[in-house]
Design a protein around this ligand. Structure first.
Ligand code: ASN
Length: 316
C-alpha cells in the first residue's frame, strides 16, 4: 500500500495576513507525517506527529495559539483513533500542556478509558510525567485581543463561528492501517468546561480500516448533532467516494442544523478528499511523493516532496 497523509489547519475564515503562515504550517505538518510513513512508520505515529507540529505552530487554534474561553484561559480538546482495532483516546477541557494530542494517545494506550476531562486529565498528565506548560505560554497576542473584543457588549456572536483553526490529520500506512487525530482550542469565549466535537469519537474524528479515516473542523455543536466524522464513513460504506461522502455530509449539516465546517478523508485504498462548506480551510496532502495544498475552494498547488522540503529548509 502506498502511504498517504492529509492534514487540515481548520475551516472558517483565514485573514489575508495569515494565509501564507497557514499554508506553510499545513505543508510542514504533512511532510513530517509523510516522512514517518515513508520510513515504514504507522499511520498512528504519522497523524500524531502532523498534529503535534500544528499544535506547536501559533498560526493554528490548537496548543500554542488556541483561542480563549470566557475567562481568558486556554482549554483544549483532542482525539486520536487507530483504525486497526477502533481504539481511541481523547482529552477535553485540558489546560497547561503543550501537546494535547500526545496526552490523548496516552489515554488510548495507558488506560482502559477513552476520554479524560479537566482535572482528571490533568492528574493523568502528571502521572505520565508530561511537563506542565504555564497557560500564559499557550496564549498569543492575537487570541488575547480577540477574547477582549468578544467581551465588548456590541461584539457579534457570529464572529465565534469564524476563524476556526482546529488542526487534524488522517493517514494510511504501508500496511493499510488508517488513523485520525484532531486537536483544538475550541470556540472563542466558550463557557468554561465546554466540551466540543473534537474530543467526541465519531464527531471530531473516526478511523476504521474497513472504510477509512476522517478528521473534522467547524462549528462543534453542529458537528456533534450530525456526528459528522462517522456520518462520512457511513456514506463511504454505502459506496460513495471520499469526496462525495464529505460533500453529502457537509451539505446535510448545513441544511439540517445550519452548521458550517470542513473535513479531510482518506479511504482504505488511499483515495483522499479535503472539502469544506466555509469560505476557507487550509489543507495539505502527500501521496506518491507529491504535495498538494490550498486554502480557497478550487485552489490546489502541487510540488514534489523534495521541492517542498527544500523550500521549508529555506524558510519558504
Ligand atoms: N476550530 C474548530 O474547528 C472548532 C471546534 N470544532 C470546536 O467547536 O471546538
Amino acid at each position: 500500500m502506498k502511504p498517504v497523509i492529509v492534514v487540515h489547519g481548520g475551516a472558517g475564515r483565514i485573514f489575508k495576513e495569515r494565509e501564507e503562515g497557514s499554508r506553510t504550517g499545513v505543508v510542514r505538518a504533512a511532510l513530517r507525517g509523510y516522512g514517518i510513513l515513508k520510513e515504514g512508520g504507522s499511520a498512528l505515529d504519522a497523524v500524531e506527529e502532523a498534529v503535534r507540529s500544528m499544535e506547536d505552530d501559533p498560526h493554528f487554534n490548537a496548543g500554542c495559539g488556541s483561542v480563549l474561553n470566557e475567562k481568558g484561559e486556554v482549554e483544549m480538546d483532542a482525539i486520536i483513533m487507530d483504525g486497526k482495532n477502533l481504539d481511541s483516546g481523547a482529552v477535553s477541557a485540558i489546560k497547561c500542556i503543550a501537546n494535547p494530542i500526545k496526552l490523548a494517545r496516552l489515554v488510548m494506550e495507558k488506560t482502559k478509558h477513552m476520554l479524560l476531562t479537566d482535572r482528571g486529565a490533568h492528574l493523568f498528565a502528571q502521572a505520565m510525567g508530561i511537563p506542565e506548560t504555564p497557560g500564559e505560554k499557550l496564549i498569543t497576542e492575537r487570541s488575547r485581543e480577540r477574547w477582549k473584543n468578544n467581551l465588548e457588549p456590541d461584539s457579534n456572536p457570529q464572529e465565534f463561528q469564524k476563524d476556526l483553526g482546529t488542526v487534524g490529520a488522517v493517514a494510511i500506512d504501508s500496511e493499510g492501517n488508517v488513523a485520525c487525530a484532531t486537536s483544538t482550542g475550541g470556540l472563542s469565549n466558550k463557557l468554561t468546561g465546554r466540551v466540543g466535537d473534537t474530543a467526541c469519537i465519531g464527531s471530531g474524528g473516526y478511523a476504521d480500516n474497513h472504510s477509512g479515516a476522517t478528521s473534522t473542523t467547524g462549528h462543534g455543536e453542529s458537528i456533534m448533532k450530525v456526528v459528522l466524522a462517522r456520518l462520512i464513513l457511513y456514506h463511504m460504506e454505502q459506496g460513495m467516494s471520499p469526496e462525495m461522502a464529505a460533500d453529502t455530509a457537509l451539505d446535510y449539516m448545513k441544511t439540517r442544523v445550519g452548521g458550517l465546517g470542513g473535513v479531510i478523508v482518506v479511504d482504505n485504498s488511499g483515495e483522499w478528499a479535503a472539502r469544506f462548506s466555509t469560505k476557507q480551510m487550509s489543507w495539505a496532502t502527500v501521496k506518491d511523493d507529491q504535495v498538494h495544498y490550498g486554502i480557497y475552494a478550487g485552489e490546489r498547488h502541487t510540488k514534489s516532496v523534495d521541492e517542498a522540503l527544500a523550500s521549508e529548509s529555506e524558510g519558504f
